[in-house]
Write a protein that binds this ligand. Sequence first.
Ligand SMILES: Cc1cc2nc3c(=O)[nH]c(=O)nc-3n(C[C@H](O)[C@H](O)[C@H](O)COP(=O)(O)O)c2cc1C
Length: 195
Amino acid sequence: MSLNLDALMEVIRLRRSMGLSRLSDRPVPRECIEVMLEAANWAPSHRDTEPWRFQVFMGDGRAVLAEHYAAAHLADHPDQDPESAHKRAWAAPVWIAIGLVPGFNEEGERAVPRDEEVMAVSGAVQNLHLAARAQGLAGMWHSKGLSVHPVVRERLEWNDPAELLGFFMLGWPEGEWLEGERGPWPEKVGWVTSP
Ligand SMILES: Cc1cc2nc3c(=O)[nH]c(=O)nc-3n(C[C@H](O)[C@H](O)[C@H](O)COP(=O)(O)O)c2cc1C
């Protein structure tokens, strides 16, 4: 059975990273997010460790995230008002924390090296992002500052050896979709077709 390659390529090409200033505050139905999470869960992982974890903050639940961000900000800047960190949680209708929980074998050792777990989570987030785009939803994987702060990680209970790999901010796009740009793929590829 052949599936719809044109539709797949269109979603892949039109997926864009869109940050907070490009997201409207219109709420996102939970069903849309559930499709994204199912898509994420279909990612491949070496030894089937399925290391991806997600924590969704939406609606009033963002108050909990605001407290996490404020606590992280205060840990770094005890003398500052954490208001800006608090506000960040309300700047997107949905935030999805991206976690990594490694798999272990029967001997209590990591089932695969850390890099491979990160690779698997990356595939899951790409699936999630594509499923967002296919529904007209925009977002971006953010992997700096508060998005990977140890205090936020602790509060999410992703303690070592689990990791916090960032947050995916999600919402309906405000205004136009961004144009994508890539160097030509043939310049990044070698072919070996004979001995
Ligand atoms: C693992 C990962 C982490 C990222 N972290 C950030 C980030 O912290 N801040 C940011 O502005 N963009 C971040 N991005 C988005 C990239 O900048 C974006 O994917 C890139 O510019 C290509 O744009 P496109 O996704 O629209 O094709 C991240 C992307 C990935 C895959």
